[in-house]
Design a protein around this ligand. Structure first.
Ligand SMILES: NC(=O)c1ccc[n+]([C@@H]2O[C@H](COP(=O)([O-])OP(=O)(O)OC[C@H]3O[C@@H](n4cnc5c(N)ncnc54)[C@H](O)[C@@H]3O)[C@@H](O)[C@H]2O)c1
Length: 353
């Protein structure tokens, strides 16, 4: 198979920790031809570490290496500009979440991608966790009955760091919601196969004295088009050792409960308690003594390597990638609606994209 030439725009945290190593491991037909960081010194260090022939601190130099595809993992305030530049250079684009910081940016990105005729995929890679995928399969096969409630949680401990871009609202445009909640919202919509129509909730800077006003606690209540309710909770102020990262899917015929399936690892635990049909009213209120509890033991693969493979397959076959630009637009729209709902203390309705 012909080698696919990749450029990495923003070769920092997630690129170094997950995407580049997993790309190396799982996609031998991918070759990184250039890496870009905010400084040339960092880019050169990355290039040395991963034996990449070219390092730079600007998009022009990277795109001059003629990559077939770019992976954009810079802070989100740079995604729009970089997607447009990459599209104009004819490169296919795998872009980290959140896709952009406003719907206006999404419009500009979409226009550039369409004009150039390149492929675009968004990095909602937590769909690749084998337990999350199994949960979706079970829900969509109707095993929980009619969906009643879904909860997705992702947390970490994230204290003030003077140079962190995430803690500068001008660059991040938000805190735990835009950073972690975007994965959770996407997962619930994807698992239910139903979009979120209404949102409300609370957000606070509860614990950490960040230098700008980003939330370290976000607790949301949502309603899906299928009528189900949802809870999406994201905190920068819970200890990592206590993180549950719960996935809960409840329906009229039972529940699927996961822990640790929402995160960067391809692991987690999950069990279900499901019954074949909705039962009659149990007037004595005695709970079944032998619930139909089933544990799942599934073998997963790296979420980020899989994302790279899926995107390359989409480029080669011309088929839609598993996460689309429209998914990115929905996510940006949801984030805008949620911040508005919290600010105005109202329930905000989200119209179709
Ligand atoms: N999909 C996921 O699971 C996941 C996980 C973590 C981060 N992310 C996303 O990836 C992006 C980067 O996050 P991170 O945690 O890796 O950040 P980071 O700060 O650890 O790394 C960012 C990198 O981008 C570089 N950079 C900074 N400004 C730049 C610019 N204007 N142009 C090009 N490069 C620039 C930095 O030098 C650094 O190498 C964010 O959008 C974040 O939301 C996604």
């Amino acid at each position: 198979m012909k080698t696919m030439r990749w450029g990495i725009i923003g070769a920092g945290g997630i690129a170094l920790r997950r995407t580049i190593p997993e790309m190396r491991q799982t996609a031998p037909e991918a070759a990184i031809v250039s890496v870009m960081c905010a400084t040339l010194k960092s880019a050169r260090a990355v290039a040395r570490r991963f034996d990449v022939p070219h390092a730079c601190d600007n998009e022009k130099d990277l795109l001059a290496q003629k990559p077939d595809a770019v992976y954009i993992a810079s802070p989100q305030n740079a995604h729009c500009r970089q997607v447009i530049l990459a599209a104009e250079a004819g490169a296919h684009i795998l872009c980290e979440k959140p896709m952009a910081i406003s719907l206006k940016e999404v419009d500009r990105m979409e226009a550039a991608v369409k004009k150039a005729g390149v492929r675009f995929m968004l990095a909602f890679c937590m769909r690749n966790n084998v337990y999350n995928a199994k949960a979706r399969e079970l829900v969509q096969a109707g095993t929980i009955g009619r969906p009643v409630m879904g909860r997705a949680q992702l947390t970490c401990w994230y204290p003030p760091i003077p140079t962190a871009w995430r803690q500068d609202i001008r660059l991040s445009h938000g805190g735990s919601l835009i950073d972690m909640g975007t994965h959770c919202l996407d997962l619930l919509e994807w698992i239910f196969g139903s979009t979120i129509r209404e949102v409300t909730g609370f957000q606070n800077r509860m614990t950490h004295a960040y230098r700008t006003a980003i939330e370290d606690a976000s607790t949301l209540v949502v309603r899906f088009a299928n009528g189900a309710h949802g809870i999406v909770d994201n905190y920068f102020n819970l200890p990592d050792a206590a993180a549950q990262n719960a996935l809960e899917l409840h329906g009229t015929r039972g529940s699927i409960l996961g822990t640790g399936t929402i995160g960067q690892d391809p692991t987690g635990r999950m069990f279900s308690i499901l019954q074949d049909k909705e039962t009659g009213y149990a007037a004595n209120q005695v709970r079944s003594k032998a619930p139909r509890r089933r544990e799942y033991h599934l073998k997963g693969e790296g979420l980020y390597g899989r994302m790279i493979k899926d995107f390359m397959a989409s480029i080669r076959t011309g088929q839609e990638p598993p996460v689309t630009l429209e998914d990115g637009r929905r996510s940006v729209k949801l984030v805008e609606a949620i911040y508005k709902a919290v600010e105005t203390k109202r329930v905000v309705t989200i119209t179709a994209c």
